[in-house]
Each structure stands twice: as C-alpha cells, then as structure tokens.
Design a binder for this molecule. Structure first.
Ligand code: FE2
Length: 366
C-alpha cells in the first residue's frame, strides 16, 4: 500500500490497483487544533457546511507525511501511517479471521483472572481469542455473588433484559425457562426473539458439585460451512426464510422475525439462531415447507452431533464469554441430589468487546 501524487491529485495504490482519493476526503481530515479536538479527535467543524467542490491547491509528499493545502485556505499535515490505516483492516474485530473448530478442539482458551487484567495485554489476547474461536474462558474469577456485573462492566456495559441485569442459572420451582430446571439443554442460541439479539453471553460458575451438568458448545460457523458445502439447498432455504421467534411470560411478549442462518450484505456468515422450542415458520407453500422442515432437521442433527460439540465442566471461578451470534451452547443433565449447580449470567454487546479491543490495541501499540 502506498500514496502517490500526480497532477495535484492524491492516489492510493494497493496490490496494483490505483484509485484517486477524493480531495474532500482529505479536507475532512484537516487535523490542526483549530479543526479537531485533540483529546476526543472529534471535529470542531461541520463538514456538511463546507463547499463540496473544494480542490487541492498544493501537495507535498515525504516518507512520513502528506502535506495538503486546499482552495478554501486551509492546510494540513497528515501522517501517511494514519491514512494507510484507514485502508487496512488490522485490529478491526470484524476482520479477525474466525477459526473453525469441532469436537477435536482440545486447547480451550484459558486466561487467569487478576484484578487489573482488564487493562493488560492478556485481555487483548483474550479478546482476540474470543473473536477467533467465539469463546474464551477466564479461570480463578472471584466467586462472590454478582461479581459478573463487575466483570462485564469492566469490559463494557451490561445489556439489560427483562431477566434483569444478570440472571441466576439455578433450578427453581415453576421455572419460566427450561434453563432453570435440571434437564439437559440441547445446543441453542439465547434470546433469538429479541431485537437486537444480545451479542455476547457471559456465564460465571459460582458452584458446581453436581454429577453431570457439563457445559456444551458448538461452533455455528463451522456447522454453517458444512451445511453450505454438503447440503446447499438446505443452506439456501435457511438463509432465506424468516421465522418468528417468540417468548411469552406474564409480563411481556417478545417477537422477532429472522433467518436461522443470517448472512451479511456480502452474503457472508453473520449470525445463527437456533431454539427449536420457540420458532414458528410462516405458512408457506407445502413444497417449500417440506424443504424447510428437512433443512431444519438436518441442521439440528449437525448441531446435536458429537462431531461438533465440545463438553467441559465449568468449575467454581470459571467465567465463560461466548459469542451468541456464532456459538450454540447447552448443558448435560445433572442430579440435584448430589449438590448444587449455580451459575450467574449476563449479556453484553459487541460494542463493549470491540471498544475494549481497540483501546488495548492503541494502548500497547499493537
Ligand atoms: Fe441459553
């Protein structure tokens, strides 16, 4: 990648492709202290109030800087490094490559908790692992009640839901969700009926001395790739049909219509939703429904297959952070007569982990 000048124009060259940089793009980046607040890097001027036809009057390019003066009398000195950074995707969480995994994954991503970890390089590494694998586990997190909110708020901000700021995963009488029983929970994503769906779930183990009660994780990204390769018709229909997910209790009815496999605008993997106890497909033509039901059965078979699932026991002090748009989670059944199983959970959104990641990258110059 490099910057070149030609006839008072600035060009950006990348892999043999040369494109002119719009003069206004450079004008918007005029960065002297009269133009940009040096602390927040927010503009002190409103670019929508400037004339759009501002031209470049003079240019000077050195190894490190591009100096530009414009026809409206302003001039600026921009670091080449910072211009190039705008064209590269390094340190952007959205571009961290996902690592596909299945039941053969043995080396779970463990980090040891300490009080100041949120400002340390290890936190940066943990977040990178989170984006690569869709989960990360912290060990030795203090098991005090509600420590989870302190933990979550040290990364970003808790996403509160109608279950409250955080929730207790403990068997209880008259549960409003199967999570609060001792029954096994098949792999699922949480809260597909919310709009937007909470991005990240955090689970903190306070006590777990029951037999069974293992946590399970499945990589929805890996399974989606498998489905696309081996069962393209099923993949297609699950990426096209929006189904209704719903949650009903005494005080609220939540509904969201979405695809089981949601793609982004470039037709790439964005999110999976899977919770076959609360999804309702619309009344489509019989043939289409026939295909949809076969596709749902197949993806359910894959999600529930031993080939893709990892199982591990969360021990007191373990804290699991998992991507609810990518992973499915569940648990094996347990016997309440043996002891107690008590987890606390909460949600945060991607702006928390991305914001923290960017901050730590800046701090450690990574
Ligand atoms: Fe869940």
């Amino acid at each position: 990648m490099k910057i070149e000048l030609l006839n008072n124009k600035v060009f950006f060259e990348n892999n043999g492709l040369k494109k002119e940089i719009h003069p206004f793009w450079l004008r918007e980046r005029v960065n002297g202290e009269d133009f940009v607040d040096q602390g927040t890097q927010q503009r002190l001027f409103d670019p929508t109030k400037l004339k759009k036809d501002i031209e470049i009057e003079n240019l000077n390019l050195s190894d490190e800087f591009l100096e530009v003066s414009f026809t409206d009398g302003t001039n600026t000195k921009l670091a080449i490094k910072s211009i190039l950074k705008e064209f590269s995707n390094t340190n952007n969480a959205k571009f961290i490559e996902k690592v596909e995994w299945d039941s053969s994954l043995k080396d779970l991503n463990h980090f040891e908790f300490r009080d100041n970890i949120f400002e340390e390089k290890d936190m940066y590494k943990a977040l990178i692992d989170f984006y690569k694998f869709g989960f990360v586990i912290f060990k030795k997190v203090p098991t005090q009640n509600n420590f989870i909110t302190k933990f979550a708020n040290s990364i970003g901000n808790i996403r509160r839901t109608n279950f409250g700021e955080y929730f207790n995963v403990k068997s209880k009488p008259n549960p409003n969700d199967l999570a609060y029983t001792s029954l096994p929970l098949a792999p699922h994503t949480d809260n597909p009926y919310r709009n937007p769906v909470p991005c990240i779930q955090i689970l903190h183990c306070i006590k777990n001395d029951v037999t069974g009660g293992l946590s399970t994780l499945v990589d929805g990204y890996t399974v989606t790739k498998k489905l696309k390769k081996d069962f393209p018709k099923y993949y297609k229909i699950l990426t096209e049909i929006k189904v209704r997910f719903q949650f009903i209790d005494k005080s609220v009815i939540l509904e969201n219509w979405a695809e089981m496999i949601q793609l982004d605008e470039n037709k790439r993997f964005k999110q999976v939703r899977f919770s076959p106890r609360l999804d309702f497909v619309p009344l489509l033509e019989k043939e289409k429904l026939e295909l949809y039901y076969s596709a749902r059965n197949k993806i359910s078979e894959l999600y529930n297959s031993n080939k893709y699932r990892i199982e591990f026991k969360l021990l007191p002090g373990d804290l699991l952070i998992m991507d609810n748009y990518r992973l499915l989670h569940g648990r094996t059944s347990f016997n309440l007569n043996d002891g107690e199983r008590f987890l606390q959970g909460c949600y945060i959104d991607y702006d928390s982990t991305e914001g923290k990641l960017n901050h730590l990258a800046r701090k450690f110059n990574l």
